[in-house]
Design a protein around this ligand. Sequence first.
Ligand SMILES: O=P([O-])([O-])O[C@@H]1[C@@H](O)[C@H](O)[C@@H](O)[C@H](O)[C@@H]1O
Ligand SMILES: [Mg+2]
Length: 282
Amino acid sequence: MADPWQKAYDFAVEVAREAGEEIRKAGECEMKVQTKSSTVDLVTKTDERVEKIIIRALKGEFGDGAFIGEESVANGQPCVLSDKPTWIIDPVDGTTNFVHGFPFVAVSIAFAVNKELEFGVVYSCLEDKMYKARKGKGAFCNDEPIQVSDVEEIKKSIIISEHGTDRRKEVVTKIFSTMQKILCIPVHGLRGSGTAATNMCLVATGAVEAFFEIGIHCWDIAAGAVIVQEAGGVLMDVDGGPFDLMSRRMVSANNKKIADRIIKEIEAFDVTRDDAPVQKKE
Ligand SMILES: O=P([O-])([O-])O[C@@H]1[C@@H](O)[C@H](O)[C@@H](O)[C@H](O)[C@@H]1O
Ligand SMILES: [Mg+2]
């Protein structure tokens, strides 16, 4: 049977590489910083311009299909994953890093059909690392196969968690209480790159054992989810339930033993699902 998605996968890799080049070239003029959900949830002209370049390229090559893009959603487009072939895009994952020149910024492009993720591409453009994976066909970094760590003992692990952009005291308290409990297991260390997509690729390469976060969006993690799974890792909800792409909470790990141990320490807080009905303005 003809392989329906190989051409789209290969094209997505090239689009991600071109988008990464645009990010690297973006000058001071595009560093004009605006904010979204909070004063620390940043967006720049580069985020918006690069997303338009990606969507234009994909539409030009593949016409139909739905799009969920971080900046399109921020500008009012719906965020609903249907059975239609759907591109899930974060044009600049790690926008705060981009603004500050902190060297982890990724282009994340995923593709889903019938709500199933078919492939994911994450281009860490300042490191020039192209991570990619197709369902059932393995995960790669710069075309070399990658695999999760074989560590099973939590006390021999590095764990990634991020603090996100919600600065409400009750949320920050839960985030840091969780981090403190994990650190004092003790684990070898806590890390965070500032971009969920890159954090998931670090799980997939075995550089760390797990990454979890509450508050991320589907576009941050969709591509990384395929890459972690194809590298032999596991994905689940922060309460141990099944992974739910639109729930804005996720644990990705090298194996279930590490994931289950981390989940014991997570103090969850409420977040609004990505696909929640949009509140009508009065
Ligand atoms: O906004 P963005 O740079 O695309 O995405 C970022 C995520 O990748 C990261 O995991 C999270 O901690 C940040 O708050 C931010 O949401
Ligand atoms: Mg982004």
